[in-house]
Design a protein around this ligand. Sequence first.
Ligand code: NAD
Length: 248
Amino acid sequence: MTRHAIVTGASRGIGRAIALGLAERGYDLALNDIAAQDGDLGETAAMIEALGRRCVRVLADVSQLEDCRRAVREAVEGLGHIDVLVNNAGILRLAMIEEMTPETWDQTFAVNTRGVFQMTQAVIGHMKERRYGRIVNIASLAARTGGPGQAHYSASKSAVVGFTRVSSMEFAGHGITVNAVCPGIILTEMGKNNLRDPERVAYFEKITDVHRLGQPEDVVGPVAFFASDDSAFVTGQALNVDGGIFYS
Ligand SMILES: NC(=O)c1ccc[n+]([C@@H]2O[C@H](COP(=O)([O-])OP(=O)(O)OC[C@H]3O[C@@H](n4cnc5c(N)ncnc54)[C@H](O)[C@@H]3O)[C@@H](O)[C@H]2O)c1
């Protein structure tokens, strides 16, 4: 039976790479992003269809509970069923603690953390009924060690690792695994935002064991493993995918 995956934040960057990587591995896709990204999401969809896979687009803001419920409903209606949820949507708005507004803190958590919870809650009944599911949460190296200006982001991603651990406990008896991936520095719109200064680029290249920054495609293999049947005995884990920056 063809496996089906829903990927949030799939219009560009890591989300697009994951969607394409899963399509190359034979999955059909439900692609999510916010309405403002519909143009880029259409490009991801065309790339997936060019690979001969089916895909549906489900526009939704993951910070909105009703959007998440509708997105999952539309994904199930469009594809028939969902096996895999990849919670990839995320935002990083740099702000030092002394200047950070409560709104910036709340918005970061609303997307990065509550979005993961809401999408998980929206899909879990469907997965339990089918007694099968794979949930992969894209956390971050920032969950292990953030940088200045990332206190809210780091806290929101640490929370995703905690949520992953408890989700794995709650759903393990239903054939559902939940794991997280913690990417290092990946050259996407978000990654570049964080790396305007060439000295910082050189610094990160130096402290990375493989001496290069990551590409979105570097994240795909680990996500595909957690999304597959091969990882049936792996749950509640958070895997660093950072070229060797952080060890634990
Ligand atoms: N780039 C990095 O260095 C890096 C490192 C570690 C973790 N991450 C994480 O990887 C994930 C993807 O990041 P990226 O680097 O590809 O960033 P990106 O900004 O290029 O892509 C993020 C995507 O999420 C979408 N999105 C944002 N808010 C949304 C919402 N409310 N609902 C639905 N979609 C929404 C955006 O429109 C965009 O398509 C994020 O969770 C990010 O925190 C990135």
